[in-house]
Design a protein around this ligand. Sequence first.
Ligand code: MLT
Length: 331
Amino acid sequence: MKILTMTILRRLLALGFAAVCAAGVSAQPAAWPTKPITLVVPFAAGGPTDVVARTLGASMSKTLGQTVVIENKLGAGGTVAAAYVARAAPDGYTFFIHHNGMATATALYRKLSYNPLSDFEFVSQAVDVPMTLLARKDFPANNLQELIAYVKANQRKINLANAGLGAVSQLCGMLLERTMDVKVTAIPFQGTAPAMNALLGGQVDILCDQTTQTIPQIKAGNVKFYGVTTKNRIKALPDAPTLSEQGLKDFEVVVWHGIYAPKGTPRPIIDRMNAAVRAALKDPDVTKRMADLGAEVAPDSKLSPEGLQTWLKAEIDKWGPIIRSTGTFAD
Ligand code: MLT
């Protein structure tokens, strides 16, 4: 009788243990990632956003144990891709990299089909990138003062290439027009990779674009180069003057990049992605390539999901009134 009682007790304990284990297993998040992850890039392949995405993605693939696939979804200054990601399944397999355009689109587009603050989860910021002002190689102006004089004398006849309304190349061009008190003719492309090709081919005159694409062309002497858009000179181009020190007082544009997911993506997945971005930003291959191309890792305070969310809100509040005051709208 005693033996029978002990056996029943042991069985009951075993069953209880199995039930606890089952509950424990089901309380864990499902294994992730079990298949490749898509990182949507809102501009053309080979351009500045694409370079950052592919460099980070290659390193993150190692950390996550699954390939990060880059998908270029083009159009309307990045808003086509943002709308696509806002509606994608929040299953941890679609992410989005975008820059200042995530903030400026709210002022440029009066009818936006997504809300940057409420339709996304925030993963992390990544790198900050300076811009550079360039012209085609045979453009008549040899320095910034000559450029300003030439554009003033040829109002609206000078073509400025950009990546559409909402792109930083467009934002930079708009600020240049305001600061120089000139008007140019904007020619939109689906990214600054095709815009750069048009500049190299002599089909457009001027381009304001990120160092992640322009440094190789500047160093090869393929373009005319007038200066950087940062407050201070940058390490990657130490001899290059800032536009501000050449007379465009307080002119400053720095491009910041954030990584997002569709709203509802589970927090444990967001945290794993955040850790993978942080690991990539410490990967020596990534840091060397980014430094060579003028990009700086974002400060630690901006690398948390909350850091990106706070920053985006501040950028929307900053750029909204500036853009609205120009009366430039996409729709
Ligand atoms: C790009 O990746 O093509 C650029 O970031 C577009 C832009 O100027 O915003």
